[in-house]
Design a protein around this ligand. Structure first.
Ligand SMILES: NC(=O)C1=CN([C@@H]2O[C@H](COP(=O)(O)OP(=O)(O)OC[C@H]3O[C@@H](n4cnc5c(N)ncnc54)[C@H](OP(=O)(O)O)[C@@H]3O)[C@@H](O)[C@H]2O)C=CC1
Ligand SMILES: CC(=O)N[C@@H](CCC(=O)OP(=O)(O)O)C(=O)O
Length: 345
């Protein structure tokens, strides 16, 4: 299967290139850039020297549809809104890693992203797929997948077992999340320069993060309908997200119930690893992999469960999850090209 990457010069695009370069089913047929056409990818990313094809091409939807079976869109929000419809109309399959097609309610998108939403007919066509929770929504013939956000991936995988169990007390969920700086992409900003980031810890987008409605949209489907408190922090590290999630459970629930729930829920999931009760994962334990690792503790004094969920934001939070979705879309083994272990230390 021939695949192309739009946004190959970005961090998410570079990870897509690295993964797809050794994928057993997909062959990279073209890489595209809106600003560096004709340049070679190694001029931008020396670590990708040797990858073929290496010349960045202009973005022409009709040509892309001729040259590829599937295109990954890894561009800033607002770009897919304009580009995805023409790629889809030209006959391409598309996986978009931006937030443009995740929210089914266009008013939510416009409120939280402060951008014009895509036309409703295309939003309806987009299948939101966090594989462990939504793989059944991808049918034979699905042409368009909207890849989940990085924070929602960590948060929803952490919360799904409890949210679906019906044990969660409405209104009790609080999520305290931290991300490495690669989550902000490659474009420099004041917040991401070394002198502002190093030896510092900053909370940002307090009660305004654009991933809040995405998390709530899924939680509602699980039967948890209250608004959540969700806060994000910029941590002085390159990769990784840790979502620390708190929620109260009904009074008759025990620690064993919580443990059995999580271990059963993820028993057959190749990319979710639940630690023993009271053992917690660290971000480095998933670096450069498609894993989401989860730790749980139940405090019987407060009736509160603490869940810690870690992912690599560029991998399970973006590129490797997009490849997992591509495997599902084409009916390949879901783990194809993704079975590598994390990099440590
Ligand atoms: N970083 C992360 O951890 C995650 C990112 N995402 C989302 O993935 C997307 C990509 O993120 P990331 O790789 O970090 O971002 P980067 O800023 O690192 O890269 C984005 C790339 O998009 C391309 N681009 C910019 N404008 C346009 C345009 N008008 N048309 C086509 N391409 C354009 C640029 O390449 P060029 O100029 O060569 O075209 C650029 O290299 C974003 O929507 C982001 O929100 C989702 C989950 C996690
Ligand atoms: C550290 C950091 O800045 N992270 C970014 C993640 C953005 C992202 O992935 O954006 P979409 O999923 O909405 O496309 C943020 O918090 O906005």
């Amino acid at each position: 299967m021939k695949v192309g990457i739009i946004g190959a010069t970005g961090y998410g695009g570079a990870e897509l290139l690295r993964i797809l370069n050794s994928h057993p089913e997909f062959t990279i047929s073209a890489i595209y850039s809106s600003s560096q056409q004709g340049k070679m990818i190694q001029e931008h990313y020396p670590h990708l020297t040797g990858i073929v094809p290496n010349t960045l091409e202009e973005i022409d939807p009709n040509k892309i549809a001729k040259d590829t079976d599937l295109v990954f869109l890894a561009a800033p929000s607002g770009v897919a809104t304009k580009l995805a419809p023409s790629l889809l109309e030209a006959g391409c399959k598309v996986i978009d890693v931006s937030g443009d097609f995740r929210l089914k309610n266009t008013e939510d998108y416009e409120h939280w992203y402060q951008k014009e939403a895509a036309p409703t007919e295309w939003i309806e066509k987009a299948v939101y797929c966090l594989p462990e929770l939504n793989r059944k929504d991808v049918q034979t013939g699905t042409q368009f997948i909207s890849n989940p956000g990085c924070y929602p991936t960590a948060t929803l995988l952490g919360l799904a077992p409890l949210a679906q169990s019906g044990w969660l007390v409405e209104g009790s969920v609080i999520i305290d999340a931290k991300s490495g700086v690669s989550g902000a992409g490659q474009s420099p900003s004041l917040a991401t320069i070394y002198s502002e980031l190093n030896e510092n810890l900053k909370i940002y987008k307090v009660n305004k993060h654009q991933h809040i409605p995405e998390i709530e949209q899924m939680l509602k489907k699980f039967g948890y309908s209250s608004p959540i408190t969700f806060q994000t922090h910029l941590n002085p590290m390159t990769r990784g997200i840790m979502a620390t999630i708190y929620g109260n459970v009904n009074t008759d629930v025990t620690e064993d119930d919580v443990w059995n729930l999580f271990s059963e829920f993820y028993r057959n999931e190749p990319f979710v690893r639940v630690r023993e009760m009271g053992i917690f994962p660290a971000t480095k334990e998933v670096t450069a992999s498609n894993y989401c690792d989860i730790g749980i503790s139940f405090d019987e004094r407060t009736g509160r469960v603490t869940i810690v969920s870690v992912i690599d934001n560029l991998m399970k939070g973006a590129a490797s999850q997009a490849v997992q979705n591509a495997n599902i879309m084409f009916g390949f083994e879901e783990t194809a090209g993704l079975k590598f272990s994390p990099v440590f230390p």
